[in-house]
Design a protein. Structure first.
Ligand code: HEM
Length: 263
């Protein structure tokens, strides 16, 4: 067949984009990006538990809060193979992309659901259950999104934190969460996250096709367990600060920060 001109077929969209255009594709993206988010939230909570370890002796006569040493470790990941904060920025980019895709797919699914309203559920009960779940996901998802922006402005950038000091996590947490309205905000944000995670973990098994009936009791337990673990750990932080269990002490460290150090 050499020399025969073959007519080019019409340009087709890449397979992944075709898949993403469908509800199944969007649900898959929500499940995978949701798993990335859960991975972050669990790791972040475990890292924050370090605030309970207080001050440690670094062995060279230096004393610092363990959580601040952990923060420095994250910024120093893969140094000297890569410059400082490169790995951290790589992880941040993955997380930002995951959150953006998660929200984009959620908005797309909502739009598709509205357009498909002519297809009614079999019974009013089914309708109510499905409607409540998806409505509560939109509400809790929005509250969590607002919480994250506020949380970054508080503890990472410091716009809404009058005494913020870059890199001093223990000090920043202790100063911020000791304000009652802020502590309440952290509790509300994390309870919303817990509700979101409960339904999210439950649905992601469905979206990824892991819905064997034998597995359903486990599915429920995993969803409850994940949500409860995150809520218990994260709500304990504002409570611990309010109770004075976590309280910055400039005399306990060799390089104090904040007003006491005249910064
Ligand atoms: C009471 C609970 C929480 C505490 C005490 C806490 C504490 C912190 C602190 C101290 C930082 C700043 C680290 C630094 O730059 O020095 C931080 C960053 C961050 N937190 Fe939280 N956090 C909590 C809950 C959450 C939740 C529930 C989410 C997400 C759903 C979240 C998402 C983030 C993100 C995305 C960053 C930025 C990470 C980075 O810059 O690499 N946090 N958190």
């Amino acid at each position: 067949m050499t020399g025969t001109a073959v007519k080019e077929p019409a340009k087709k969209k890449p397979f992944v984009l075709d898949l993403y255009a469908t509800a199944v594709g969007k649900k898959y993206v929500m499940a995978v990006t949701g798993l990335i988010g859960i991975g972050f939230v669990i790791t972040h909570m475990i890292g924050n538990l370090k605030m309970y370890l207080g001050v440690i002796d670094e062995g060279n006569g230096e004393r610092a809060y363990d959580i601040d040493i952990y923060g420095e470790f994250l910024r120093e990941l893969a140094v000297p193979l890569l410059p400082r904060t490169y790995v951290l920025w790589g992880l941040r980019i993955v997380l930002i992309a995951a959150v953006a895709l998660h929200i984009h797919a959620a908005a797309g699914l909502t739009k598709m659901n509205h357009e498909a309203r002519s297809v009614k559920y079999q019974s009013a009960r089914d309708y109510q259950v499905a409607n409540f779940a998806s409505r509560s996901m939109r509400w809790t998802g929005s509250i969590v999104s607002i919480f994250i922006v506020w949380h970054l402005a508080d503890l990472t950038w410091g716009f809404v934190h009058p005494d913020h000091v870059v890199g001093a996590a223990y000090y920043n947490i202790s100063e911020s969460l000791s304000r009652i309205p802020v502590a309440i905000l952290y509790i509300v944000g994390n309870v919303a996250l817990g509700i979101h995670l409960f339904h999210g973990v439950w649905s992601l098994f469905q979206s990824l096709g892991w819905n064997n009936p034998k597995f359903n009791a486990w599915r429920r337990n995993i969803a409850i367990g994940t949500a409860a673990l995150i809520v218990a750990g994260n709500v304990s932080f504002p409570v611990a600060v309010m109770a004075g269990v976590v309280e910055y002490d400039p005399a306990a460290v060799t390089h104090p920060v904040g007003e006491e150090a005249g910064e």
